[in-house]
Design a protein around this ligand. Structure first.
Ligand code: PLP
Length: 406
């Protein structure tokens, strides 16, 4: 594999900065990724050369901006191999996408006693919208447990799929454990029981090639900022026949065919769900980010990150009292850990002083923390630009921190 890491690193301006006089080692990619210059420039270019509102203007700038926005939708469609650009709704990100599905799809279909199924490894963003819908409708939230390695218990899942189950939402990759769920097989099981499925792809999208037609999911959502794009924009994939049957999440300008004081007729397709002036520069930057990763190749990125995962895991296992939380067979480049009784926050602070950016805490997965009996973890998460040398720096910094704290 010809993986030109030097070149890729030079594409990201922030990677050349120092923190506290030390070279930055950015291992917090699960929270958000850094942005390549092409993404940063595309946003500046939009504001410098063709800033204008979209879809409603006949003038040159508006047409150019509208084209770029719709072109971005087509880029997202191709990236995940959706059947049509009409199946892609731009949202603020994964969290808004899940809320949109809860409101626009499920809310009117749920009756008291129905069940929504999620898993024990979900991010709060894939728990709260369903929990609140259950409270409102008198429905029941059911949970698929994880085993000690952090893998879903498929036998329990099979038992939980019942005629009462109206919806199943699960994460493709766990942001805390790194577990890659066997999404295609899981979706097949749910569909065999006539259950509609949403996949939270927030942590899968930066690490692997996603093909929604192959997965055959009904909904798939992700955020641009986790795949080297801007914050405040993301995408929700919805199978077209389902999308056409959904009510708008928010109403307003841009969503309509005709409006009178007596009646409004909404447009068909994704625009029905994009009320108001959207995040135009976000969509443009999002598409640039997808172009960027596709130039490198998602499979090459996955392979590179897998090597880092194996290398770092081996080195970490050699540290006394190290407990890695999440030891699934299939993992993305995410390692959560605790060492003895040392508080993750203390470790994170000392690592930061040495230029190493990691995340500490519950990672918006409090029920999962409870499952593993820890208040929080330190989490290392890799991106396409990380190196083995950075892993070495991290291990040295970690050993130093442990000496200071014990
Ligand atoms: N789902 C998972 C698995 C995540 O890791 C995250 C963010 O960390 C989200 C959902 C929420 O994403 P966002 O904050 O971009 O909406």
């Amino acid at each position: 594999m010809n993986y030109d890491i030097k070149k890729y690193r030079s594409d990201f301006p922030i990677l050349s900065r120092e923190v506290y006089g030390k070279p930055l080692v950015y291992f917090d990619n699960g929270a958000t990724t850094q942005k390549p210059k092409s993404v940063i420039d595309s946003i500046s270019d939009y504001y410098s050369r063709y800033n204008s509102n979209i879809h409603r203007g006949v003038h040159h700038l508006s047409q150019k901006a509208s084209f770029a926005y719709e072109n971005a939708r087509a880029t997202v469609q191709k990236h995940i191999n959706a059947n049509s650009a009409n199946e892609i709704i731009f949202t603020r990100g994964t969290t808004e996408s899940i809320n949109l599905v809860a409101y626009s799809f499920l809310r009117n279909r749920l009756t008291p006693g129905d069940e929504i199924l999620i898993t024990e490894m979900e991010h709060h963003s894939n728990i709260l919208p369903w929990q609140s819908l259950c409270e409102e409708k008198g429905a029941v939230l059911r949970i698929v447990p994880v085993n000690d390695n952090g893998e879903l218990e498929i036998a329990s899942l099979q038992k939980l799929l019942s005629p009462k189950t109206k919806f199943f939402a699960f994460t493709h990759v766990s942001n805390t454990l790194g577990t890659i769920n066997q999404a295609k097989e899981i979706i097949e099981l749910a569909h065999a029981a006539n259950i509609t499925v949403l996949v939270d792809g927030a942590q899968a999208i930066p690490h692997m090639q996603v093909d929604v037609q192959d997965l055959n999911c009904d909904f798939y959502c992700f955020s641009a900022h986790k795949i080297y794009g801007p914050t405040g924009i993301g995408a929700l994939y919805v199978k077209e026949d389902i999308l056409n049957d959904m009510i708008p999440y928010q109403t307003g300008g841009g969503t309509i065919k005709t409006v009178s004081f007596e009646k409004t007729v909404y447009v068909d397709g994704p625009l029905k769900f994009e009320a108001g002036t959207p995040n135009i520069e976000g969509a443009i930057g999002f598409a640039k980010a997808l172009d960027y990763v596709n130039e490198i190749g998602m499979e090459n990125i996955a392979m590179h990150e897998h090597k880092l995962l194996v290398y770092a895991t081996e080195k970490m296992k050699a540290i006394p009292a190290m407990r890695i939380i999440g030891t699934a067979k299939e993992k993305a480049g995410v390692i959560s850990f605790v060492v003895g009784k040392i508080h993750p926050f203390d470790l994170g602070t000392i690592l930061d002083q040495q230029g190493i950016a990691v995340r500490t805490g519950h990672h918006c997965t409090q029920p999962l923390m409870e499952r593993f009996g820890v208040p929080g973890t330190v989490r290392v998460s890799f991106g396409l630009y990380n190196t083995k040398e950075e892993v070495d720096l991290f291990i040295m910094a970690l050993e130093k921190a442990l000496k200071m704290l014990s």
